[in-house]
Design a protein around this ligand. Structure first.
Ligand code: ADE
Length: 413
């Protein structure tokens, strides 16, 4: 067992954080308990490239309980909770992650977990899957999972190019993932990040949300709940119309740029907020990104064209433009909820990670039976996650009668 982490002595705080998350992730805990007797992952080596958070620690300890050996690297150079890394390392997990890795160190950590010759690869953003495909031609992988929208897009591109080397389950596409994690998880935690970083009032501000997918919807909804006037920018006419009917202003970013106080990107696209937008913005605006990669705000050009730059608060950088205006960037344009806060709350990660865990077991149990494709989470797993969550919340629901089941299958009214 080996690890490379910031500070092993942080493990007592990490253990407390692990317990806090554990006590607030009832679905995942039930799934682990249900599967742990059979040890379905016995002897399997798993490489996980995930944000190293207290919620992830519950998943990783669960994977161990089901019998596997886990190698863990971070899914972002700035998202690791060092106390959690220390706790997991103290529990026999091979952890290669610390907050503030350079880009080279970040990819070195990913390479290290791949050198362990994993049979299953779990990823968030697909840096591990892509590195494996580009640099590790010798590995024999049973299958992989992918946690996020951006990662699924990359894997589908590999599949389309007929280069995908093993089956991957798109955990992101489970209903019990995107409906809750992407929407309520990111909606709340993005504001958690912005508020912790800035300590400013949201009420009365104009919040511009770029992108109206599930993440953008969650952010727009929470911005409205906090008293903001919300403007949505979209490229897809369906989503733009939906945003309008949900009661938001919809306009091009070039126009919204002049009005907004806080700009949040959630598109999965590159260079969404560019200098031509930034130059039009008011003095003192805040820029934050909620997408997986730090490509949505054109930080490189912001750095290049700013006269001056400096950190004014933790995770808040001030850029002074040539026109004299000041722009504040949260967390270097990286995913704000994980950099400036602690990521999604445990209750939503409980659902997402139940899908992760059950998908890994599914891959192992179906070894050799699946094609090298990107699969959705089997609907039975999705339903089970929802059912266990309802039970944990003490919520009963109705059942169809025999007559209704028959009615639903018949052409006679
Ligand atoms: N992605 C978003 N929030 C997260 C969290 N709390 N833990 C792991 N991955 C996350």
């Amino acid at each position: 067992m080996q690890s490379r982490i910031a500070n092993p002595s942080l493990y007592p705080q990490g253990e407390k954080s692990y317990r806090w998350a554990y006590n607030n992730m009832p679905t995942l805990v039930r799934v682990i308990e249900k599967l742990s007797d059979k040890k379905p992952l016995k002897g399997k080596c798993i490489a996980a490239c995930l944000h190293v958070t207290k919620e992830t620690s519950v998943l990783i300890m669960g994977l161990k309980k089901l019998g596997s050996e886990v190698y863990l690297a971070a899914a972002n150079p700035l998202s690791t909770q060092d106390d959690i890394a220390a706790y997991l390392a103290s529990q026999g997990v091979n952890v290669f992650a610390w907050r503030g890795e350079s880009i080279n160190e970040y990819f070195d950590c990913i390479r290290t977990i791949l050198r362990a010759k994993p049979e299953v690869v779990m990823d968030d953003g697909s840096d591990a899957h892509v590195t494996l495909h580009e640099e590790f031609s010798n590995l024999n992988v049973i299958g992989g999972t992918e946690e996020t929208t951006t990662g699924v897009i990359r894997l589908k591109a590999l599949e389309k190019a007929q280069r995908l080397r093993y089956p991957v389950i798109a955990v992101n596409n489970a209903y019990t993932k995107f409906l809750f994690d992407n929407r309520y998880g990111t909606g709340q935690s993005t504001f958690d990040g912005i508020l912790r970083a800035t300590s400013l009032l949201i009420a009365g501000k104009k919040v511009v949300v770029c992108g109206y997918g599930w993440v953008g919807k969650g952010i727009a909804m929470r911005a409205r709940g906090l008293g903001a006037i919300v403007i949505v920018c979209e490229v897809d006419p369906l989503k733009a119309l939906e945003a309008r009917m949900d009661g938001f202003e919809v306009k091009p970013l070039m126009e919204a740029a002049e009005e907004g106080d806080i700009f949040i990107t959630a598109t999965g696209q590159t260079k969404v907020i560019r200098m031509e937008h930034i130059e039009r913005m008011k003095n003192g605006v805040i820029l934050a990104n909620a997408g997986h990669f730090d490509v949505e705000i054109d930080v490189a050009n912001l750095k290049k064209f700013a006269e001056n730059k400096g950190e004014v608060r933790k995770y808040v950088e001030e850029y002074v433009l040539k026109n004299g205006k000041r722009v504040y960037l949260i967390g270097q344009g990286r995913i704000a909820n994980l950099v400036a806060a602690e990521g999604h709350p445990p209750e939503v990660m409980s659902l997402s990670f139940s899908n992760q865990l059950m998908s890994v077991v599914y891959l192992v149990e179906n070894e050799g039976k699946l094609e090298n494709r990107v699969y959705n989470v089997p609907i039975d797993i999705d339903r089970e996650v929802a059912q266990i969550t309802l039970e944990a919340m003490g919520i009963n629901i109705d059942r169809l009668t025999e007559e209704q089941i028959e009615y639903a299958q018949s052409w006679v009214v």
